[in-house]
Design a protein around this ligand. Structure first.
Ligand SMILES: [Zn+2]
Length: 262
């Protein structure tokens, strides 16, 4: 018991900062009801009138892409992969329901909500308020006839940029007995931590090939991750307010540095 408690000691954080750029119209629905006349049928989720990306949307999407790519078993009832294997990296990183919590303890990953970066967004998106309305015709499957505009869908315009922040909580059990304070480069990360952190980077890479939000198979939601920075905030670095920058560049570079996993 004492060993488990010791392994559960929080020793620091890995912080990913990046920009998420919208390439094709993005729709993350607000699911709001009570539409009044003049409002769009399917609005995007907003905060203070501006679109944002909830951390839960990003987490759900990455988890689902990784579950499929890692060939993990999916629980039919939950529609998720959940297991009791204490060595399962995906469950350690993304978490398990309370009743299935294993030795690996707390969920490692935190997805912050991503807010608009107006300055980095392209001029055209900025000048149009970052939003557009797309009218979707519905085609009758039997007659092949186009029915009159049945719904309008709000989308975030291409060229819009959001600020991404993802935190990985480092526990002693991620370190293979190594001292996190000695890590100065991404290549020095202990293997277990590298593998687990690598999952997130793999997820972001898969996201670029896939889509975010709704209607992706109809062309919505292509995104690109840019200007990625990885900082290591060990407990010592937090005291001194001096994180170690492990990487600063493109997602492809980072992906390559973590090749061990991928
Ligand atoms: Zn698992």
């Amino acid at each position: 018991m004492q060993d488990i408690m010791k392994n559960m000691r929080l020793v620091g954080f890995l912080k990913i900062l990046a920009n998420l750029k919208v390439i094709t119209g993005l729709h993350i629905g607000s699911g709001s009801s009570g539409i009044t006349i003049g409002e769009v049928d399917n609005p995007v989720i907003k905060i203070n009138g501006k679109p944002y990306i909830p951390g839960s949307s990003l987490k759900g999407k990455l988890r689902s892409l990784l579950e499929h790519s890692e060939k993990l078993e999916i629980d039919n009832k939950e529609g998720l992969h959940i297991c009791n294997n204490e060595n399962c990296d995906l469950c350690a990183v993304f978490g398990r329901p309370a009743e299935k919590k294993g030795k690996e303890g707390p969920t490692r990953i935190i997805f912050r909500d991503s807010y608009l970066n107006e300055e980095k967004s392209e001029k055209e998106a900025r000048e149009n308020g970052f939003l557009e309305i797309k009218w979707e015709n519905r085609i009758h499957r039997l007659t092949g006839k186009v029915e009159v505009s049945l719904r309008d869908i709000e989308r975030v315009l291409p060229g819009t940029v959001f600020d991404l922040e993802i935190i990985y909580r480092i526990y002693e059990s991620d370190l293979d007995g190594k001292n996190i304070e000695e890590v100065k480069e991404i290549d020095n990360l202990p293997n277990k931590l590298k593998n687990r952190f690598g999952l997130i980077i793999k997820g972001l890479k898969l996201l670029e090939m896939d889509y975010l939000g709704g209607c992706g198979t109809r062309g919505y939601g292509k995104v690109k991750i840019e200007n990625i920075v990885v900082e290591l905030h060990t407990i010592d670095a937090i005291k001194k307010n001096k994180p170690v920058v492990l990487k600063n560049g493109s997602l492809s570079d980072l992906y390559e540095s973590l090749q061990a996993r991928i």
